[in-house]
Design a protein around this ligand. Sequence first.
Ligand SMILES: NC(=O)c1ccc[n+]([C@@H]2O[C@H](COP(=O)([O-])OP(=O)(O)OC[C@H]3O[C@@H](n4cnc5c(N)ncnc54)[C@H](OP(=O)(O)O)[C@@H]3O)[C@@H](O)[C@H]2O)c1
Length: 259
Amino acid sequence: MASRICDSVLVTGSNRGIGLELVRQLVDSALRPIKIFAGCRHPNEPKAQELQELAQKHQDVITVVQLDINDPDSITKALKLVEAKLEDKGLNLIINNAGVNNKKSLADTGKSEMVQVFSTNVVGPMLVAKDFHPLLCKAANQFPHETSMSCSRSAIINVSTYVSSITLCPTNFSSAPMYPYRVSKAALNMLTRCLAEDFKKDGILVMALHPGWVQTEMGGSKAPLKTAESVKGMLEVITRLTEKDSGTLLDWKGESIPW
Ligand SMILES: NC(=O)c1ccc[n+]([C@@H]2O[C@H](COP(=O)([O-])OP(=O)(O)OC[C@H]3O[C@@H](n4cnc5c(N)ncnc54)[C@H](OP(=O)(O)O)[C@@H]3O)[C@@H](O)[C@H]2O)c1
């Protein structure tokens, strides 16, 4: 019998777009996790209604967690709630999905536009990784004789983008001349490499994943991919990851993207 994707997972920014579809497909999977923590910064607002309805339908599996990755106190409170619900088992997987793109060109980018995007796309995922690290270690240690890495053991997936690639910038800059987004996601890639090196000793896999160009509020209506197709691919990639993938940037089909 195939094993679960993992026992427990936290998805940030899960009230809409790719994050909501991740929670939906995880809970619908035959191999679904036992516990899904759905991070959402405003769980009581109308834009969280779809997520709340899904959580209501699967009360035994989904816990909606207030989590604003720009707010260190919110991250600490979320950690405490998740820790209590896990009952000493540790957290297997974090999908750092929450992100913003103000789509600003150089002419439209001042300090505040840059700092706001950097805070969400880089500082937030870093604080989540740092604060939840003990829970990820605990999950990795549930497999005392296991030396290999996987998302069913312990992992962080940082949702990045192909426009983060410094190598590909000359080929795609003119179609998306967005300074804060490109620069912040390139920094998220470096965060991914640093964490992959740092957490190797703990048996925690860390990698960056590009979901494709997807029809969401961020991706817009001209995007070729629907969330269902992108997330199906992302979850297939996530399920197959091993230690050779730690510290890499892959796309939703599992193909490598150059740094
Ligand atoms: N769509 C694409 O074509 C595409 C391509 C490449 C990469 N990506 C990446 O994929 C991820 C998801 O994007 P998407 O297309 O689903 O975007 P989206 O539809 O705009 O959704 C973004 C999600 O992030 C949440 N979020 C933003 N700031 C947050 C914060 N401070 N704390 C917690 N949650 C926060 C939003 O919550 P609120 O509702 O509260 O704002 C929302 O749930 C992002 O990291 C994005 O960069 C997307």
